[in-house]
Write a protein that binds this ligand. Structure first.
Ligand SMILES: [Zn+2]
Length: 247
């Protein structure tokens, strides 16, 4: 587990059990830890809690799930007596598909105990007096939400930003571009994704640029083989949407 301090009150925990680094972000306010995503189970959450208590003491905890993908929610059970917040569609999706993904990726569990769904959901936006705003931001998935820390001007984007190009798995690409446009209007200094490093607005601009080109059917030159795989999968996904539309 890597630990990186971000701004005056952000702590980025990064784990390496999957093919790509995966983040849990904590906003350490005076009375409350806002814990964004819960990774693969209770073991990493215990490590995070130990770190927080050792450095900053015991505080109330509020958990936020950026979206329903399995690599971000399996540690929810560790916080089941606390507030766990998500978009309403996130809860629906975990109830519908959670067991399936649990079976499919079972070997990646890290101290997994049970699936726990969020106990507070919303549609558009929640604001906390600590200077934290959580808002619906569909893109990577229909249920994706983002967390804006106004004190440090940090936007935590979940899997809506990816390096170097986004992986598309939800059909509303125009909506995805709109979300990235909104991100840029917020004028945050720092952007962090579920699998990125600490970034600036460049990653948002280049992800947006890629999606715009893809949607217009412009040719996109990609040399790196590992990125080509993602790009080809995106192109196929787009073709399948277009052929569905024609039917
Ligand atoms: Zn992810």
């Amino acid at each position: 587990m890597d630990v990186q301090i971000v701004g005056s009150r952000g702590i980025l925990f990064t784990f390496y059990d999957l093919e790509m680094p995966t983040n849990v972000y904590v906003i350490n306010t005076i009375g409350t830890y806002f814990i964004v995503d819960t990774y693969l189970g209770e073991d990493p959450m215990i490590a995070i809690e130990d770190y927080l208590i050792e450095h900053f003491g015991n505080k109330k905890k509020i958990v936020i799930n950026t979206h329903s993908d399995w690599d971000h929610i399996w540690g929810n059970s560790y916080f089941e007596d606390n507030l766990i917040i998500s978009h309403e569609k996130c809860k629906e999706d975990i109830l519908k598909n959670g067991e399936h993904f649990l079976k499919e990726h079972s070997r990646l569990k890290r101290g997994f105990r049970k699936l726990v769904v969020p106990n507070m959901t919303f549609k558009e936006k929640i604001t906390f007096s600590e200077g934290i705003e959580i808002f619906h931001s569909p893109g990577h998935s229909v249920d994706s939400i983002s967390i804006f820390d106004r004190v440090d001007n940090v936007l935590y984007a979940g899997d809506n930003i990816e390096y170097p190009i986004p992986f598309i798995q939800f059909e509303d690409i125009k909506g995805y571009i709109d979300t990235l446009r909104k991100y840029l209007e917020l004028d945050a200094d720092i952007f962090i994704g579920g699998h990125t490093e600490v970034e600036n607005a460049d990653i948002v601009k280049s992800n947006k640029n890629y999606l715009e080109k893809l949607l217009c059917g412009n040719s996109i030159d990609i040399e790196d083989d590992s990125i080509k795989v993602v790009h080809e999968s995106n192109s196929k996904f787009l073709d399948s949407i277009n052929s569905n539309d024609e039917r």
